[in-house]
Each structure stands twice: as structure tokens, then as C-alpha cells.
Ligand binder design. Structure first.
Ligand code: NZQ
Ligand code: ZN
Length: 407
């Protein structure tokens, strides 16, 4: 086992029955809050009214900010923080998906430090790591995807510079989160699939590159993978099933809370770095969709370069019961079986299907390396991943014909 530190300060409430306990907690953060929502789905679905009713019972004054985009824009975050400052709010409540939760953490930091613009504080920016604190944040996630309800991260987009980059501080970890599967039955199929793909990435990344020193991290991660892979097709048939929504929601929270890597070697978040550069290029690209497109090409690239072969072979055994070939054969079996799952769940396609044409591959690779390369001319993926390698991976995705075109 490798040494590790684990800090999970978020008070978690799971289930619609836990509403009272969650809202009971909020007055401990203050008496006036900024309630942050996205483009309006939670208003239309009635979730906002339900939350307002609970807040009214607790005598908490609320200021509403509506309009956080999917892949939240820095400018919108700045505007919300301005309102929070002028209204002198004590804390921030996020009601929405990862974009709303991430925006809320950034807003909480801007208000606390009395800052105007979040973008310079993101990775690669001139003020990276200079935020000193944040107001308390509470979250009600309405997607099963990012685990933002427990993480220290807030991923910010800046379409003006085609950028997407995180801020990340322990003090931005939410103080409390209410996981209510009843708020998930409305999720469209595409958002559900994209979310599932994101959850998988949070357990795949370190599994592949973080070595084999923690048996429990392996088994734990495999448990998350199996739950997601088993639940997604069922949800496709039965999207309003709260039991299944709960399975997916809990898997998402568990996939990025630190336990999934505890005891392994620290390893780069390579797929995330690549995907953030892609969503920066096209802000309409959902994070989980971008990851799904990268998986087959990235896994095959690793195999072709003799990297993480033992780990992919282990996944073949643990996820698909395949162990009779050589390590390389088994690793390939993992990839083909996983591709089958992606196809079955409408997650198998090309970057060009999502509006990123091959002409853009070079500039996306440059962005990934500049922002996430830590001053080197490459990313890391169990060894160097150069600009040419990244472009090669992007080009490989163009072989991934969606089923509609296979007929
Ligand atoms: O904007 P609204 O109207 O709320 O609609 C949203 C949005 O269009 C809709 N939606 C959310 N909940 C719904 C719903 N529609 C119907 N019923 C519901 N219950 O879904 C759309 C997508 O929402 P979004 O929040 O963008 O999705 P997701 O949760 O996947 O968040 C993605 C963002 O999180 C970042 C991503 O990079 C991306 O910016 N990530 C954050 C992480 C973290 N904080 O730790 C880690 C992740 O790896 C990820 O990078
Ligand atoms: Zn992710």
C-alpha cells in the first residue's frame, strides 16, 4: 500500500426521506443563502418549489441565481458571485448537475475572497492556487455523474478562449449534500448515459495507471464499474425507476471521493485532461460523452504501446470473466467487451459526430499540453503522451462508427 491522506468532510443524506435532516443542517451555515440553478429544468420539474418550501420552514432567506450553463461559463459565475456579494449571503446552495455544483463552489470562493473573475485562478492561469477560502456550499445533485457533491473540484469553461480548466481546494468540498434519487427520474436518456460514462472514468483512470498496490481500491473500483455497467441498460428501459436511479447516484458519489484510489500510486488524470480540452473546443460537448468517445481509442493506444496491459487484463477477468489468453489477448478482450457495452448503450461514436473535426485536433492537443502538461511538452499516461500521440488517439476515434451507420 502507498501512503495516503483521506478527508471526506461532506455530511451526506441519501434518500427523499432525508429531506428534513438535510434542511435542518443548513441554518448552521447562516441565515441567507444564494440558491444556484442551471438553465431552468429544476424549475420546470417542480424541484425548485420543493426546495423553496423546505427553506421557508427553516426561516432561511434566499436569493436565487438562475442560468448556469452546462459546462459553466466563467462570466456567468462572476455575475452570480457579484449578486452574492451585494446581497451579503452567508452560504451557497446548489440545485442541479455537476455544472451547477461546480459553479456554486467557484461562486463561494469569489464571494469569500471578494474577487471578480474566477478564470485566472484555474489550472494554467496566472493566479492558480491563490484563492484563500470559500463560503460553505451545500449541494443537491440532480445528475449522477461528477461526484461534485463530495469533491474539492470546480471545472470552469471559458468559451472566449476555448478553455476549460478546474479550480480545486479542500475548502471547496461541500459541507452537506442531499442525494435524492426522486430528483433523477426526469433525466433524459442521453444525460443519463453521459453521466454513467463519467462515473466509469473516475474509477478507470487511476485503476489503469496507478499500479496494483491496493487490493481494496481495485475491488472497490470494480464494484462501482459493475454497478454502473449493470444499471445503465436497465435505466434505459425504466428511466423513472427510483431504485435504479439511487444505484447510479450512489455509484457516482462513491466513484470520486478518494477511496477509489486510496493506497495506489498517484497517477495523472489523463482522460480528463484530454476531455476538458475537447469540451473547451466545443462547449456543447458533454463531459461524459467526450470521455466515452475517448475510451476505445485511448485503451487501444495504451495496448499498442504496451502500457497498463496487466491492468486491462485484470479488468477482463474481473468484469467479464476472461482469463484464458495471454495478458495482451485478455487486455484486448477487455477493450472489445467494453466497446460492446458502449455500443449497446449508444455511447460509441466519433469526435466528428460531436462537432470536433480532425482539423481541430492539433489545437486541442496543444491546449491539453499547455494547460495540463505542468510545463512539459507532454502529458503522462504510464509514460509520456506527446502532442503527436494525442492527435493519434483523436484520429483513432474517427474509426468508431456509430451503430446507425453500421447497418
Ligand atoms: O441546465 P439545466 O436546466 O439544469 O439542465 C441540465 C443540463 O442541461 C440537465 N439536467 C440536470 N439535472 C436534470 C437535468 N435535466 C432533467 N432532469 C434533471 N434531474 O442536464 C444537463 C447537463 O447538466 P450538467 O450539470 O452539465 O451535467 P454533469 O452533471 O455531467 O456536469 C458536467 C460538468 O461537471 C464537470 C464537467 O467537466 C462538466 O463541466 N466535472 C466536475 C467534476 C467535479 N466537480 O469534481 C468532476 C468531473 O470529472 C467533471 O469534470
Ligand atoms: Zn469526470
Amino acid at each position: 500500500m502507498n501512503p495516503f491522506e483521506l478527508h471526506i468532510p461532506t455530511r451526506l443524506f441519501f434518500g427523499k426521506e432525508k429531506a428534513d435532516e438535510f434542511f435542518e443542517q443548513l441554518p448552521t451555515y447562516g441565515s441567507k443563502l444564494l440558491l444556484v440553478i442551471g438553465g431552468g429544468s429544476v424549475r420546470k420539474l417542480g424541484y425548485l418549489d420543493q426546495v423553496k418550501e423546505h427553506l421557508a420552514k427553516k426561516d432561511i432567506e434566499l436569493v436565487l441565481f438562475e442560468g448556469i450553463e452546462a459546462n459553466p461559463h466563467s462570466e456567468t459565475i462572476n455575475k452570480a458571485a457579484q449578486i452574492g456579494k451585494s446581497e451579503d449571503v452567508d452560504f451557497v446552495l446548489a440545485l442541479g448537475g455537476g455544472s451547477v455544483m461546480d459553479a456554486s463552489k467557484a461562486i463561494a470562493g469569489l464571494i469569500h475572497d471578494d474577487l471578480d473573475d474566477i478564470w485566472p485562478y484555474t489550472v494554467g492561469g496566472p493566479k492558480y492556487r491563490q484563492i484563500k477560502g470559500a463560503l460553505p456550499v451545500a449541494c443537491i445533485p440532480t445528475t449522477a455523474a461528477t461526484a461534485s457533491e463530495v469533491t474539492a473540484h470546480a471545472v470552469i469553461s471559458n468559451p472566449e478562449v476555448k478553455g476549460k480548466s478546474p479550480v480545486s481546494y479542500p475548502f471547496m468540498k461541500p459541507s452537506a449534500s442531499w442525494l435524492n434519487p426522486a430528483f433523477h427520474t426526469s433525466l433524459p436518456k442521453t444525460t443519463t448515459r453521459d453521466g454513467a460514462s463519467d462515473i466509469l472514468s473516475h474509477v478507470f483512470e487511476n485503476y489503469l495507471l496507478g499500479g496494483s498496490d491496493s487490493d481494496l481500491a481495485d475491488r472497490y473500483s470494480e464494484g462501482v464499474m459493475e454497478t454502473v455497467m449493470d444499471t445503465l441498460p436497465k435505466l434505459d428501459l425504466d428511466p423513472e425507476n427510483e431504485h435504479l436511479r439511487g444505484q447510479m447516484l450512489w455509484a457516482s458519489t462513491m466513484a470520486l471521493n478518494g477511496m477509489q484510489i486510496a493506497g495506489r500510486e498517484p497517477a495523472p488524470f489523463t482522460l480528463h485532461n484530454l476531455e476538458h480540452a475537447l469540451s473547451g473546443q466545443n462547449p456543447d460537448l458533454a463531459h461524459g460523452r467526450g470521455l466515452a468517445i475517448l475510451y476505445p481509442a485511448y485503451f487501444r493506444w495504451l495496448l499498442n504501446h504496451d502500457r497498463a496491459v496487466d491492468r486491462m487484463a485484470l479488468l477482463a477477468k474481473r468484469l467479464f470473466g476472461i482469463s484464458d489468453g495471454s495478458q495482451k489477448e485478455n487486455a484486448l478482450s477487455f477493450i472489445t467487451h467494453f466497446e460492446g457495452w458502449l455500443k449497446q448503450n449508444h455511447l460509441y461514436e466519433r469526435l466528428s459526430d460531436q462537432g470536433i473535426s480532425p482539423e481541430a485536433f492539433g489545437s486541442v492537443a496543444d491546449y491539453a499540453i499547455n494547460i495540463y502538461g505542468g510545463g512539459k511538452d507532454e502529458l503522462a499516461a504510464a509514460g509520456p503522451l506527446t502532442r503527436e500521440n494525442i492527435i493519434e488517439i483523436f484520429e483513432m476515434t474517427e474509426q468508431q462508427k456509430p451503430e446507425a451507420e453500421m447497418a
